[in-house]
Structures are given as structure tokens and as C-alpha cells.
Design a protein. Structure first.
Length: 116
């Protein structure tokens, strides 16, 4: 089992920044990938950013140039630095981990609200 705990969400004005953290209950070194997804009210969950064990990174088109994902294997954490936030970034942000031989794990999520 893997537990993922997100933190760092909150209320921010448009143009502001937030840094989300995702702490894993065990070493993330062997994880195939870790990512951030978000779900806004009435919408499906969507990929925001994902980082693979190889270091390859992919972003949703809507956040490219504004968000940065990173991982710290020593701290067993993944981060999402979000700059130039827009009201349309408002959502619950969930951390995801794909673990070899075990599958996908999800955190409970952290609310991000961007006011106009």
C-alpha cells in the first residue's frame, strides 16, 4: 500500500502562485511515474502534469509555461509549482503514483481556488 498526502492548496488571487506538495508513505524511487491531476466542479478529472522515473515530463497544454512539476526522491515528495494562476485553474488537485506491480494510488486532494 502507498499513501499519498497532498498539501499547499488554498485561496489565491489571479496572477498569484501556489506550491503543492505530495508526500508518499514510502520511497518513490522505483515508482514508474507520479503526477498531478485536477477536477473542477462538473468536469472530469484531467491530467495537469506528470513526471516519469526517467525524468521525462509532460504538461497539459493549458498549464505549459506556468506550472512546473518536480520530484525529490530523497524526501519521497513530488511538487507542483503553479505560477500566473487563473480562475480556470480552480479545482481539487490530486496526486497520483503508478507503482510497479501494484498499480495506481491517489491522494485525497487539495483545493485550489483562484479568485478573479
Amino acid at each position: 500500500q502507498v499513501q499519498l498526502v497532498e498539501s499547499g492548496g488554498g485561496l489565491v488571487q489571479a496572477g498569484g502562485s501556489l506550491r503543492l506538495s505530495c508526500a508518499a508513505s514510502r520511497s518513490i524511487f522505483s515508482f514508474n511515474n507520479m503526477g498531478w491531476y485536477r477536477q473542477a466542479p462538473g468536469k472530469q478529472r484531467e491530467l495537469v502534469a506528470i513526471i516519469f522515473k526517467s525524468g521525462y515530463i509532460n504538461y497539459a497544454y493549458s498549464v505549459k509555461g506556468r506550472f512546473t512539476i518536480s520530484r525529490d526522491n530523497a524526501e519521497n515528495q513530488v511538487y507542483l509549482q503553479m505560477n500566473s494562476l487563473k480562475p480556470e485553474d480552480t479545482a481539487v488537485y490530486h496526486c497520483n503514483a503508478n507503482v510497479p506491480m501494484m498499480g495506481d494510488y491517489w491522494g485525497q486532494g487539495t483545493q485550489v481556488t483562484v479568485s478573479a
